[in-house]
Design a protein around this ligand. Structure first.
Ligand code: AMP
Length: 144
């Protein structure tokens, strides 16, 4: 059986996110893998930081929307025991940034929810589907 070493949890802060997070955490424990987490900011204007599109979590920003998103990511990461160096907040287009980050960090399993903020109208959400089609590694879409 494949032993995953680097697992990436993609979290969109929807209500079911904690369930997807628990699955990713238990897989990481099972495989003794490093757990990474990413949230892609696609619903707020590009934050004015000097750092580009990867938003540092330890720097305070005057942007209230950005601070709120940061705090959500920090809270979930703390709950799941994810090390600060493996927490990612990135501005951009979700599927593109998740796939790019997965390649950069040598991720061998991406964990998403089958649905997210875009609702339950279709069998599988668009972000999850795009990741499944285009990622270079395994993808687990947790059924919601
Ligand atoms: P969707 O396909 O947009 O309904 O979302 C399905 C899953 O994709 C969610 O449960 C998350 O795991 C992931 N996802 C969607 N949007 C984002 C985002 N902005 N940042 C990180 N993960 C996301």
């Amino acid at each position: 059986m494949t032993h995953y070493q680097n697992i990436l949890l993609a979290i969109d802060f929807s209500d079911q996110g904690h369930y997807v997070g628990q699955k990713a955490q238990s897989l990481a424990e099972q495989f003794n893998a490093q757990l990474h987490i990413v949230h892609v900011l696609d619903n707020i204007p590009m934050p004015g930081t000097p750092y580009g599109t990867v938003i540092p979590l330890h720097e305070k920003s005057p942007d209230e929307l950005l601070e709120a998103e940061k705090n959500k990511l920090i809270q979930i990461s703390d709950q799941l025991g994810i090390a600060p160096a493996r927490r990612w907040l990135i501005w951009g287009e979700p599927q593109q940034e998740i796939i790019r980050l997965a390649a950069q960090e040598h991720i061998d399993l991406i964990v998403t929810g089958s649905h997210g903020r875009h609702g339950l109208a279709v069998l599988m959400g668009s972000t999850a589907k795009e990741i499944l089609y285009h990622a270079q590694c395994d993808v687990l879409a947790v059924h919601l």
